[in-house]
Design a protein. Structure first.
Length: 447
C-alpha cells in the first residue's frame, strides 16, 4: 500500500491532504492510519519530522466525524511537552480538519489564560495542551475531560524528561477508561514502557527507525574545533557555503544569547529563542525566521521542539547535545518528509564522548570535515586531533538555497470549523484566512 486513496480516508480529509500537496503517506502514516481507524491503541517510536502528526490526526478526525454530538465537548486530547510542539500539532489539526466542521484549540503556559479560557468556553472538540496549563485549567473547573474518546501522548519521553509524570497521571485520572490511546516516544526507556503499560490497552506497535536513517534525508558532518574558535568557524562556514538560513542549537540559554551577539557583531542577522524569552517574543522570532526576515535562529533544545520550518536547509549543532536522541531531534528539523538537508556539528575535544554516544545511538559514523580552525588548540597552538569517532571525508557540502518559508496560517479557517487566532475571525471573511502568524492564543473554530 502506498497511496492515500488506499487508506480509506473520507473525502473531507482527502481534500485537506490534497491541499497540503502530500503525494503519498509516509511510513508512519501508512502503518498507523489503518490501525487507528480500526480502533487500536498505538505505541509508536516515530519522531517529529516523520509525518507522525498526520498519522494520528487524520484517522482521529475521521473517526470523530462519524459521530455527531449535540454539543461540543473535548473528545480528543493531545498532550505535548512544549508550547511550540503543541502549537504545531494544533496547526496540523487545523489544516487537516478544515473541512470536517470540528473545532479545536491549543493551551499552554507562559501566557495569560484569558483567551484560552474564552475559546474553551465556546466549546471545542479537540484540545491540544501542555500538561501544566491543562491541569491548571482542570483544577479551576474550566476544562472537563469526561468525554474524551481519543488520547494522544506526543513526545512522551520528552514529557517525562521534563518532569510531567505526576501531571500526566492526574490528567489521565479524569479521562474515561474507555478510550483509544496513542503514545509516541522516540526512546524506549523503562519509564516509557511503564507509562505505556498503564496508559495503553493491547497496543499495536508502530516502530519507525530514528529519522536520519529513515525518512529524513540529511547530509551530516562534524567539524572538530575547540570551543573558543567555534563561532569563527561558524562565520567562516556560513560565508564559504553561502548558508542563508540555518537553525543553530546551543546547549544553554546563555550560550544562545552569547552566540547571537557574536554573530550580530560579525554582520550576520541572528536571533535567539529559549526559555527565558517571553512566549510572544519566541513566536515572533519563529515567524520572522520562517519569513526569512533574518538568517539564523539560535535555539536551545526545549525551545526547538515542534519547530517546523519548511525546507530548512541547515541545522547546526554549535554544541553537541548531551542526550543522543536530542541529536536526532535537532537534525530532524532539516530534511523533513523526504526533502534533503545538511546538519553540521561543531565538536570540541570535551564533547567527543557525547559524539561517540550519538554515533552509537544512531549506528552511523558522522563524516569529519576539514577546516582552517581544526588544529588550533585552546591556547591558540596547532595540534593533531585524532579520535576513534573520527572518519575523515573531504567532500564539500553543496547547500541548497532556494527555500520557501512555511506558511503557518492561524486565522479563521474555511467555511465550517477550525480557526486559530479568533480575533482575526472578525476581521476576515470566513472563506479566507492566512495571517501567517502564530498567535499567543489560538482557537480554530467558528461556525
Ligand atoms: P511531523 O512529523 O508531523 O512534524 O511532520 C513533519 C513534516 O512533514 C510537516 O511539515 C508535514 O507537513 C510534512 N508531512 C506530513 N505528512 C506528509 C506526507 N505524507 N508527505 C509530505 N509531507 C508530509
Amino acid at each position: 500500500m502506498n497511496t492515500f486513496e488506499e487508506l480509506s480516508l473520507s473525502p473531507s480529509i482527502m481534500t485537506a491532504i490534497k491541499s497540503k500537496g502530500y503525494a503519498n503517506p509516509t511510513e508512519v502514516q501508512e502503518k498507523s492510519i489503518p490501525l487507528i481507524l480500526a480502533g487500536h491503541d498505538i505505541f509508536s517510536t516515530a519522531q517529529t519530522g516523520t509525518g507522525k502528526t498526520a498519522a494520528f490526526a487524520l484517522p482521529i478526525l475521521q473517526l470523530m466525524g462519524k459521530k455527531k454530538l449535540p454539543h461540543r465537548v473535548v473528545r480528543t486530547l493531545v498532550l505535548a511537552p512544549t508550547r511550540e510542539l503543541a502549537i504545531q500539532i494544533a496547526d496540523s489539526f487545523h489544516q487537516y480538519g478544515k473541512h470536517t466542521g470540528l473545532r479545536g484549540t491549543v493551551i499552554y503556559g507562559g501566557v495569560s489564560q484569558y483567551n484560552q479560557v474564552h475559546d474553551i468556553r465556546r466549546g471545542v472538540d479537540i484540545l491540544v495542551a501542555t500538561p501544566g496549563r491543562l491541569l491548571d485549567l482542570m483544577n479551576q473547573g474550566i476544562v472537563h475531560l469526561s468525554s474524551v474518546e481519543f488520547l494522544v501522548f506526543d513526545e512522551a519521553d520528552r514529557m517525562l524528561d521534563m518532569g510531567f509524570i505526576n501531571d500526566i497521571k492526574r490528567i489521565v485520572e479524569k479521562v474515561p477508561q474507555k478510550r483509544q490511546t496513542m503514545l509516541f516516544s522516540v526512546s524506549l526507556t523503562p519509564e516509557i514502557k511503564k507509562l505505556a503499560s498503564t496508559m495503553l490497552k493491547n497496543p499495536s506497535t508502530v516502530e519507525i527507525k530514528p529519522a536520519p536513517h529513515n525518512k529524513i534525508n540529511v547530509n551530516e558532518s562534524v567539524y572538530f574545533v575547540e570551543k573558543p574558535f567555534k563561532h569563527n568557524l561558524l562565520l567562516h562556514l556560513f560565508q564559504e557555503q553561502s548558508i542563508r538560513h540555518a537553525l543553530v542549537f546551543t546547549r544553554t540559554k546563555h550560550g544562545a544569547d552569547k552566540l547571537v551577539k557574536l554573530m550580530v557583531n560579525g554582520g550576520i542577522k541572528a536571533q535567539a529563542i529559549h526559555g527565558n524569552k517571553s512566549q510572544a517574543s519566541r513566536q515572533k522570532a519563529l515567524l520572522d525566521f520562517k519569513e526569512r526576515k533574518f538568517s539564523f535562529l539560535v535555539a536551545t533544545d526545549v525551545a526547538s521542539r515542534g519547530i517546523d520550518v519548511k525546507e530548512l536547509s541547515h541545522v547546526v549543532n554549535f554544541d553537541i547535545p548531551e542526550q543522543a536522541d536530542s541529536y536526532v531531534h535537532r537534525i530532524g528539523r532539516t530534511g523533513r518528509a523526504g526533502a534533503s538537508g545538511t546538519a553540521i556539528s561543531l565538536c570540541s575535544s570535551e564533547e567527543k564522548r557525547l559524539l561517540f554516544d550519538i554515533q552509537r545511538f544512531t549506528g552511523n559514523t558522522i563524516p569529519t570535515q576539514e577546516h582552517p580552525f581544526r588544529n588550533i588548540q585552546k591556547s591558540g597552538h596547532h595540534h593533531e586531533t585524532t579520535s576513534r569517532v573520527e572518519h575523515t571525508q573531504n567532500s564539500r557540502h553543496h547547500p541548497t538555497e532556494n527555500q520557501s518559508n512555511n506558511n503557518h496560517s492561524t486565522g479563521p479557517i474555511s467555511e465550517n470549523g477550525f480557526s486559530r487566532g479568533h480575533k482575526n475571525i472578525h476581521r476576515k471573511s470566513h472563506h479566507s484566512y492566512s495571517t501567517n502568524k502564530f498567535h499567543s492564543k489560538s482557537s480554530w473554530h467558528k461556525r
